[in-house]
Each structure stands twice: as structure tokens, then as C-alpha cells.
Design a protein around this ligand. Structure first.
Ligand SMILES: Nc1nc2c(c(=O)[nH]1)N[C@H]1C(S)=C(S)[C@@H](COP(=O)(O)O)O[C@H]1N2
Ligand SMILES: [Mo]
Length: 376
């Protein structure tokens, strides 16, 4: 990691520290728009699919998509291990093959709704997807390498490179050893039954079920075991929950519970306000949590004033995939605000007020969907 303070970069790239905050009332800037146009969210109508089609899955790429050749790509495992390894993609494909449905959500989801707004990728609520990831479990490979008894973190390095707030770096994220050794963690080479697409980490990425997106390192090229807590930018600086710049904060880890409503009816082009006809209407959506299975979803049609239970559909997709829920509604003509609120088995639930922090992470405040019920 090198501090790049001699480059004549714009003010946005001040050296380290948490991201800037927008001025009160300031709209989305051209820089934020530039990021938003590269990193798209799921169109909310795609909440209809159990498995998100690859092209509709959200996307978050800090730097550029690197160019990697699947024919020659290899993964190295080194650091505090007994036997450093190099494994080719072909060799990884010969290892035991596991497929898992996993909900990925960007830790910055909800950021653009915060006030003041942390300046970064301006997600509203759409930075989520539920894909089917195929690969080989990481833990057996780490055991073959022989993780040292005094190991602390496992560092995953991607092949992408850039500068972030003045710090030049490869995209790197570490997991505590115990989390890296969990059986659900995958070295994935397929998404939805096809080789990974370039934007989703081709030819190899990490999948850490239950964790926010930043842990799922794409374009994975090396794994290094370290005996001191990893101090890389994405762990020590970027992904931390803090109230002010001096606060060391706590690391962003697992996904907080969230339910999303699949917007009913049809939209107004600009406002996205929904138009629904009076009478019976099934409202549905998805709910997930990275801490524990979702145990209940409630729906409000009056902007959070009152809540009623929704029905959680049966699921065989495992603990790390979102679950469908539905609610039978029969509105009279009028204006409504629809929301859904998920609660998981750990007792975590969604707040109706913003859980503000300096980086705009883990904002699982309930969604608001404006609906106009209008007779034909
Ligand atoms: N190498 C690398 N891995 C990465 C990123 C990145 O920029 N570089 N972005 C991370 C973030 S912040 C998220 S939210 C997820 C997004 O995964 P997706 O684009 O496949 O949905 O990838 C993570 N893995
Ligand atoms: Mo992210």
C-alpha cells in the first residue's frame, strides 16, 4: 500500500480518512452519477425470480474490471502455511463441486437515503441479488496448505488495482481465520450454471455466505495467511462503522436483515410511483439476513404507522438465500406507502429511522414504495 499524495488528483481523493459527506440538500453529484452508471442495482421487478438472472444482479466494482485469462489463471496460497500452493483454475474445477444459492448485498445499500449523505456509490435499496454460485469449498484447500496455529487473518487479493482516497492498492480483503474456514465459503467459478461473467469476478471469486458484498473478493488471484490483524485499506479504513472520522469504528461484517417489496402494479416513468387498481392485489417480495434465518416479515401500507404479518413462503434454498414472502392486500382508491420489515432468528429487525454512520454502511431502514390506487 503506497500513499499517493504527489499525484494531482481532484479533491475527492484526499489521503485516507472516511468518505466525504454531501452538503445539506445537495443533489447527487456528477462523480456519484459516474459510479452509479457503472455499478447498477437490481431492477426491483426482478425480485420475482428465485435466482436472479446474471444480467439483473447488482454490480459493484471499485476500480476497473481486470483482464484475466481462464486458461492460465492460477491461485496462490501462501504466508503462514506449512505448504504454499499454486492451483490452476482447471485443478480447482476438478476438486469437489458445490452449488449454493447466496444473497449478496452491498454494504453501502441504502447509503443515498442517508442525511447527510456519505459521498460514494449512491445506492437506494437495490444493491442486492440472489445467485446460484458453484465452486469448491475453501476450507479443505486451506487445510491442505496447513494454516499456522498462530494465524489471525486470511487475506484475499483480487487482480484489480486502483487508488482510493489517496491509497494505491490491489483490492484486498481479509477474513478472520475462523470465518475463512467455515464450510459454506466457496471459491466460485460459476454463476447460475455458467462461467463467471467478467463483471462478477471471472474466472474466480470468493463467496462468503452471509457477509456483505465487500468480503466476496472477485478476480481472486492470491490467498495469504497472516499472523497479525490485517491492516489493509478495505479492512482497516474503508468498511468500518464509525460516527466521526477519528472514531476507529467497528468492522462491517454480516448482512443486517432486510425485506424488499416487489413494487406492485405499474410505474410512473419519472417518479416510479406505482399505479395499482382497487381490489385484491398480492404484494410480495424477498427477505434475508446474514446473521440468522428470517423468521418473520411484516407489511405496512400506511408508511409504517401500523404493521400486519406477511406469509413467509416455504424455502429449500438454505440459510444464505433470500426467501419470498407475500401479503394479500385489497386497497380502496387512495395514496399509500408500502413497506416490509424483516426480523431474523437472532432478534435483529429493521429500523424505521436511519442507522447513520460516516461511510453509509448497513442502512437497513425500511423501504418506502409510494402507491396510487386509481380506478381504471
Ligand atoms: N476484487 C474485487 N472484489 C470485489 C469488489 C471489487 O471492487 N474488487 N467489490 C466488492 C463489493 S463492494 C461488492 S458489493 C461485491 C459485488 O459483487 P457483484 O458485483 O458480483 O454483485 O463484490 C466485492 N468484491
Ligand atoms: Mo459493496
Amino acid at each position: 500500500m503506497t500513499a499517493v499524495d504527489d499525484l494531482d488528483l481532484p479533491a475527492a481523493t484526499e489521503v485516507s480518512g472516511p468518505s466525504r459527506l454531501s452538503e445539506p440538500g445537495a443533489g447527487i453529484s456528477a462523480e456519484e452519477l459516474q459510479l452509479a452508471a457503472r455499478n447498477h442495482g437490481i431492477p426491483l421487478e426482478a425480485l420475482r425470480y428465485d435466482v436472479t438472472p446474471a444480467g439483473l444482479h447488482y454490480l459493484l466494482i471499485h476500480y476497473d474490471i481486470p483482464e484475466l485469462d481462464p486458461a492460465t489463471h492460477a491461485l496462490t496460497v501462501d504466508g503462514a502455511v506449512d505448504r504454499p500452493l499454486t492451483v490452476t483454475l482447471a485443478e480447482l474445477r476438478e476438486r469437489p463441486r458445490v452449488t449454493r444459492r447466496v444473497t449478496l448485498e452491498c454494504a453501502g445499500n441504502g447509503r443515498a437515503l442517508l442525511e447527510p449523505r456519505p459521498v460514494s456509490q449512491p445506492w437506494l435499496v437495490e444493491a442486492v441479488g440472489n445467485a446460484e454460485w458453484t465452486g469448491t469449498p475453501l476450507a479443505p484447500l486451506l487445510r491442505e496448505a496447513g494454516v499456522a496455529a498462530n494465524a489471525v487473518d486470511v487475506v484475499f487479493t483480487g487482480a484489480d488495482h486502483g487508488i482510493e482516497r489517496g491509497v494505491e492498492q490491489d483490492f484486498q480483503r481479509a477474513l478472520p481465520v475462523a470465518d475463512a474456514l467455515r464450510e459454506e465459503v466457496l471459491l466460485a467459478y460459476e454463476m447460475n450454471g455458467a462461467p463467471l461473467l467478467p463483471q462478477h469476478g471471472a474466472p474466480l471469486r470468493l463467496i462468503v455466505p452471509g457477509w456483505y458484498g465487500m468480503a466476496h473478493v472477485k478476480w481472486l488471484r492470491s490467498i495469504s495467511v497472516v499472523t497479525e490483524p490485517f491492516q489493509g485499506y478495505q479492512n482497516a479504513q474503508a468498511y468500518r462503522l464509525r460516527q466521526d472520522p477519528d472514531d476507529p469504528g467497528v468492522p462491517v461484517t454480516r448482512i443486517e436483515p432486510r425485506a424488499l417489496v416487489r413494487p406492485p402494479g405499474f410505474p410512473d416513468f419519472m417518479s416510479r410511483t406505482r399505479v395499482v387498481r382497487p381490489g385484491p392485489c398480492t404484494v410480495d417480495g424477498r427477505a434475508w439476513s446474514g446473521h440468522a434465518p428470517v423468521v418473520s416479515v411484516e407489511v405496512s401500507t400506511d408508511d409504517g404507522a401500523t404493521w400486519a404479518p406477511a406469509i413467509l413462503d416455504e424455502s429449500t434454498d438454505g440459510d444464505f438465500a433470500w426467501r419470498r414472502w407475500h401479503y394479500e392486500w385489497s386497497p380502496q382508491p387512495g395514496r399509500y406507502v408500502l413497506s416490509a420489515r424483516a426480523t431474523d432468528a437472532s432478534g435483529r429487525t429493521q429500523p424505521v429511522e436511519q442507522p447513520w454512520n460516516r461511510g453509509g454502511f448497513a442502512n437497513n431502514m425500511v423501504q418506502r414504495v409510494e402507491v396510487a390506487v386509481i380506478p381504471e
